[in-house]
Design a protein around this ligand. Structure first.
Ligand code: SAH
Length: 312
């Protein structure tokens, strides 16, 4: 029987034991259970009155990204870097021993990114610039003698973005004339080489910053799109307990139908699991599917009963 309850479809079948939750959106929260009674909007535990939220909502990962320029000689490049950063939503600029800074040329080239330039932190060592960062990525215009973990800009920036959701990370750029030293590159966990024409592989430093800042931005945009796609979703994703009960029900129903043989290899169950795990079922979808299983079980039992096997 299909009926509407609190605006939500729920399936009931009077002959079977299983009953779906009345309102799947809040089914996992018991206001009397201190462990689960949490107001998702305020983080307040409605049973104890205490705030139980330990991890704050993640801030914008781009705010956890540092752009580090080592020993830059041309102030115009510092200004152009600030502009490239601001265009892509980055704001933390670290300058390791810049050769000419502050400078009017840097200010002109920064255009409307004067705030990024004004906020730049000048330090005297590589270590000071990357202090507190969990991931330090060095950039290089050419292959170096010692092989090092090397990623292309897209993959490296996707990893950097993921890590920046938790801790600060740094992208480090070298001197215009000779890049980063081997010693500096070896202080990085990861290297990036922007694919370029091998006959002329060296980009202007601000342009190299632009390329990587763009990749970070694209990762950010994609993560926002993914988040948005589920934002207005009407039901929460099913929780793990519900999903496990769903799989148990699926196996039971398919076994009753004779589709799954209890003593046969479990490959089919595993494949069905993989199929449903891929789809990220929401609580209502679980209810619908379980309603279908229950209905199938009912008719199978009736059919068997009709043949004299009994109904229970
Ligand atoms: N002649 C230097 C080039 C330095 S270019 C050399 O051979 O190393 C200045 C900086 O811009 C580099 O240190 C690096 O940080 C960045 N850069 C330039 N081209 C790059 C590329 N193709 N891939 C990654 N970073 C690059």
């Amino acid at each position: 029987m299909l009926r509407w309850q609190n605006g939500a479809e729920v399936y009931h079948h009077k002959l079977l034991e299983w009953r779906p939750e009345k309102n799947p959106r809040v089914s996992t929260v018991n206001p009397l259970d201190p462990a689960t009674a949490q107001n998702t909007a305020t983080g307040q535990n409605t049973a104890t009155g205490q705030n139980t939220t330990t991890t704050p909502a993640p801030s914008n990962p781009l705010d956890n990204v540092r752009i580090v320029l080592v020993n830059t000689s041309h102030p115009g490049n510092i200004g152009a870097t600030a502009r490239a950063m601001k265009n892509m939503g980055l704001r933390h600029l670290y300058l390791v021993a810049p050769q000419r800074y502050p400078s009017d040329e840097a200010t002109w080239r920064a255009a409307n990114a004067a705030d990024v330039l004004d906020g730049a932190i000048v330090v005297d060592s590589f270590e000071a610039a990357v202090a507190g960062c969990s991931l330090v990525i060095g950039t290089s215009a050419r292959e170096r003698t010692i092989p090092w973990p090397l990623l292309d800009p897209r993959r490296a920036c996707a990893q950097a973005y993921r890590e920046a959701a938790r801790q600060p990370i740094a992208l480090v750029f070298g001197r215009e004339d000779r890049g980063l030293t081997n010693e500096e590159l070896q202080k990085c966990q990861l290297h990036i080489h922007i694919p370029t024409n091998p006959e002329y592989s060296s980009l202007n430093i601000a342009m190299a910053v632009q390329v990587l800042a763009y990749e970070l931005r694209m990762t950010h945009v994609e993560s926002e799109l993914t988040a948005d796609a589920m934002d207005g979703w009407d039901f929460a994703y099913a929780n793990n307990d519900d999903i496990e009960r769903f799989f148990t029900h699926l196996d039971a129903a398919l076994t009753e139908m004779g589709f799954l043989k209890p003593d046969a290899p479990k490959q089919t169950s595993a494949r069905l699991r993989r199929l449903f795990q891929r789809t990220r079922l929401d609580a209502m979808e679980i209810n619908i599917l379980r309603g279908i299983f229950s209905s199938a079980q009912y008719w199978v039992r009736r059919a068997k009963g009709g043949q004299g096997d009994g109904d229970q």
